[in-house]
Design a protein around this ligand. Structure first.
Ligand SMILES: Cc1cc2nc3c(=O)[nH]c(=O)nc-3n(C[C@H](O)[C@H](O)[C@H](O)COP(=O)(O)O)c2cc1C
Length: 225
C-alpha cells in the first residue's frame, strides 16, 4: 500500500477551526518556535502565483516588495496583549478576544489596491469601494492564493487554523494600535492555533459552509467543441 502523504491530503483536510479559549492560554511553542512557524508559513505564501506588481506607493522602507500583499505577524504574547487592549476599546472585540487568547500565532494579510485620484491624508476606513478593474481583481486573487498556501501549510504541520475577515481588527483603533495601514485592504486574519487545541476542552466552531460545494458536478461543466 502507498503510505506516502500527498499535498492533496492536506488540501482535503484543511478546515475552519474557530478555537474559543475562555482564558488566555499558555502557548505550546516557545517564542523562537513561533517565529520559525511564522517564517515557514510566510515562505509558502511567497510561493503563490501573482500577476501584477503592487503600486510604487506601497514600496516603503523595509517593505519594498512588489508583491500585491503584505503580512503582519503576531506571536502568542502579542496576541494576548492585543486581546487585553481590545477589551477596553470600542467596538468591543467579541469572539476575536477568545481566539487571540488561544492563538499560537496570528498572520494578518492585506492586499494593496491600485487607487485613482486624490487620497485623504488621514483615513477613517479602508479605501472602499475600491476600483473594480482587472488589476485589483488579480491583486486579490494572488493574495488569496498566498493565504491558501499558509492554511495548507498550517494544516500539514498539524495546527488547527481559521481564515477570519477580522471583525474589530479591520477597524481604525486596532489598525492604529498594530500599525497596519488603513490604505491597505485587510483580506484575512489567519489564526493558527496550538496543535493540541482539540484536547484543551473548549468550544471549537467549524466553518458553517464546510460541507457545502463538495459535489463537483454542481459547480463544474465539461466544455467540448
Ligand atoms: C475571505 C474569507 C473570509 C472569511 N471570514 C470569515 C469570518 O469572518 N467568519 C467566519 O466565521 N468564517 C469566515 N471564513 C471561513 C468560512 O466560513 C469557511 O471557510 C466556510 O464556512 C467553509 O468551511 P471550511 O473552511 O471548513 O471549509 C472566511 C473565509 C474566507 C475565504
Amino acid at each position: 500500500m502507498n503510505t506516502e502523504r500527498h499535498i492533496g491530503d492536506d488540501i482535503k483536510q484543511r478546515k475552519t477551526a474557530k478555537v474559543l479559549a475562555d482564558i488566555p492560554w499558555k502557548p505550546s511553542l516557545n517564542y523562537s518556535e513561533q517565529e520559525e512557524l511564522i517564517r515557514d508559513l510566510l515562505e509558502l505564501a511567497a510561493c503563490a502565483p501573482y500577476h501584477y506588481k503592487s503600486a510604487a506607493k506601497y514600496h516603503t522602507s523595509g517593505l519594498e516588495s512588489p508583491l500585491p500583499f503584505r503580512a503582519y505577524t503576531l506571536t502568542s504574547e502579542t496576541c494576548r496583549k492585543l486581546a487585553d487592549q481590545l477589551l477596553s476599546m470600542n467596538p468591543p472585540p467579541g469572539k476575536i478576544s477568545n481566539m487571540l487568547w488561544a492563538a499560537e500565532v496570528l498572520i494578518m494579510i492585506t492586499w494593496l489596491p491600485d487607487v485613482f485620484g486624490d487620497q485623504p491624508q488621514e483615513r477613517e476606513m479602508e479605501p472602499l469601494p475600491f476600483t473594480g478593474n482587472i488589476r485589483n481583481m488579480e491583486h486579490i486573487a494572488a493574495s488569496s492564493a498566498a493565504i491558501q498556501n499558509i492554511l495548507i501549510g498550517a494544516t500539514q504541520k498539524g495546527f488547527p487554523n481559521y481564515w477570519s475577515s477580522g471583525g474589530v481588527l479591520r477597524q481604525k483603533p486596532a489598525r492604529r494600535l498594530l500599525s497596519v495601514p488603513l490604505e491597505e485592504m485587510l483580506l484575512g486574519c489567519l489564526f493558527i492555533f496550538p496543535k493540541d487545541a482539540y484536547e484543551r476542552g473548549v468550544e471549537i466552531k467549524a466553518g458553517k459552509l464546510h460541507k457545502e460545494g463538495k459535489n463537483i458536478q454542481t459547480w463544474s461543466k465539461s466544455v467540448t467543441l
